[in-house]
Design a protein around this ligand. Structure first.
Ligand code: GDP
Ligand code: ZN
Length: 312
């Protein structure tokens, strides 16, 4: 590398105003070039973890610490987004260009929350990311069949489900196979075992288990310290910080059903084109719920999300 050359890099970490980009085999500590204005209301124009960025490497240092300037961002192929009431525009992008999002839940501590799972599935579908449902702490299941029965409807919808234990190692090979060569993140409630699973998938990382992931900063300008780790099997895996809030973003009452797997056939048969499948007469989705071809629990999740969304 000579000075002032431009390279493509992968943003693996952001800290304060610094972005760390994997370039070739090394890591470059970058700041933002002049064309980026730090405008929090337009988060989408700023680099985020998972972005492919153009980095002008400023100077060559001894050891591994190169400094650079981010001068551009390649168009994103996917984004995982949730609501964030602490932000002016009410959303937060959790990662860019993700191939997989591993939705990690626990058998218990915390209890398996299917409402949250359904909200996260909508975000994955909306963001063009393949979700993998992981039910961790399977070693704590009193009756394994109960958990299998709870999660079976998701398998029937075609979602990949992995029952795992970071304690015994069950399911870890299956998770690895799903993320090999991919850009993946783990997301799910705090305490479900995300950090523990990352440590199983890639031993040797310095991770803090039992702290709900690395803490998100509280101040307005602090960036969430989430990091993509390079995997020996190929690809990158990140651990998102504990989520206190996960609302569906970028979806309206009219479009929600299109992100609900299992609703496809019925929703085309409703009498009204703009049917929101809640109060309208002659709604085929409601008929499908009554007939059992759409699971009542999924429909309940749908209605709860619908209440939170804008019309249109
Ligand atoms: P995170 O907040 O989702 O990153 O969860 P952590 O990985 O920090 O784990 C939270 C707690 O659950 C820690 O005390 C872990 O040791 C424990 N834990 C994680 N995975 C398992 C598991 O598969 N089985 C059991 N019994 N405990 C687990
Ligand atoms: Zn309808």
């Amino acid at each position: 590398m000579t000075s002032q050359e431009t390279f493509e890099g992968l943003v693996v970490r952001a800290k304060g105003a610094d972005y760390f980009a994997a370039v070739g085999g090394g890591e470059v500590r970058c700041s933002l070039g002049g064309r980026f204005r730090l405008d929090e209301s337009r988060e989408e124009v700023l680099p985020i973890v998972g972005d492919t960025v153009l980095v002008r490497v400023e100077k060559r240092r001894e050891a591994a610490c190169l400094r650079g300037l981010i001068v551009g961002i390649r168009p994103r192929k996917s984004m995982f987004v949730r609501t964030d009431s602490s932000k002016r525009m009410n959303y937060r992008i959790l990662g860019a260009n993700l191939d997989r999002v591993i939705l990690v839940f626990a058998v218990r501590a915390p209890d398996l929350n299917l409402r949250l799972l359904d909200r996260m599935l909508v975000a994955a579908e909306r963001g063009s990311i393949v979700p993998i449902i992981c039910v961790n702490k399977i070693d704590l299941a009193a009756v394994r069949g109960d958990i299998e029965a709870k999660i079976a409807p998701y398998e029937r919808l075609g979602y990949r489900v992995v029952l795992s234990s970071a304690e015994t190692g069950e399911g870890v090979e299956e998770l690895k196979a799903a993320m090999e060569g991919m850009l993946s993140i783990m997301a799910g409630p705090s305490g479900a075992g995300k950090t523990s699973l990352v440590a199983r998938v890639q031993p040797g990382l310095e991770l803090r288990i039992g702290e709900g992931g690395t803490k998100a900063g509280k101040g307005r300008h602090t960036t969430t310290h989430f990091e993509l780790h390079r995997l020996d099997i190929g690809g990158y895996l990140g651990d998102t910080p504990g989520i206190r809030e996960f609302g569906v973003w970028g979806v309206t009452k009219r479009t929600l059903a299109s992100y609900f797997r299992g609703f496809e056939t019925a929703r085309k048969e409703c009498r009204f084109a703009g049917c929101t499948h809640s109060h309208e007469p002659d709604c085929a989705v409601k008929r499908a719920v009554e007939g059992g071809s759409i699971q009542g629990e999924r429909y309940e999740s749908y209605l709860r999300i619908l209440e939170t969304l804008p019309s249109g």
